[in-house]
Design a protein around this ligand. Structure first.
Ligand SMILES: Nc1ncnc2c1ncn2[C@@H]1O[C@H](COP(=O)(O)OP(=O)(O)OP(=O)(O)O)[C@@H](O)[C@H]1O
Ligand SMILES: [Mg+2]
Length: 99
């Protein structure tokens, strides 16, 4: 299955202006027993200030898991296996845990 594609005013490519959100080579997987299921395999997109990006793809292609990964909301048995998520140029380590 083909993964999600990013479309919008700031989708993919090397933008001249710094991105507010820069997702690079995101890989998200889930452990199931001894197996690792690779759900998101190398998704990259950028969102500029005042820009917007939509993720499109068939059902099950990984749109929701991509969005949850960016928000830091992937829990075990899921994990981000590779890639970078940069927010305003700094590494984004996810949402704070609710108290
Ligand atoms: N908790 C989970 N454990 C294992 N696999 C999962 C889990 N959640 C989602 N997946 C798998 O990840 C893949 C991507 O799911 P995702 O929900 O991101 O798809 P989607 O593109 O948002 O689909 P839809 O358009 O139906 O909302 C699917 O194959 C799904 O079965
Ligand atoms: Mg979805």
């Amino acid at each position: 299955m083909t993964g999600p594609a990013a479309v919008g005013t700031e989708a993919a490519g090397a933008a001249a202006v710094p991105a507010v959100l820069d997702v690079r080579g995101l890989h998200t997987s889930f452990r199931r027993g001894r197996n690792v299921i690779k759900v998101v395999r190398g998704v990259s997109f950028r969102v500029g200030r005042s820009g917007s990006v939509g993720l499109v793809g068939e059902s099950g292609s990984g749109k929701s898991i991509t969005a949850l990964s960016v928000m830091g909301l992937i829990d075990k048995p899921g994990f981000i296996a590779d890639g970078q998520i940069l927010l305003d140029g700094g590494t984004w380590s996810g949402c704070p845990t609710p108290s």
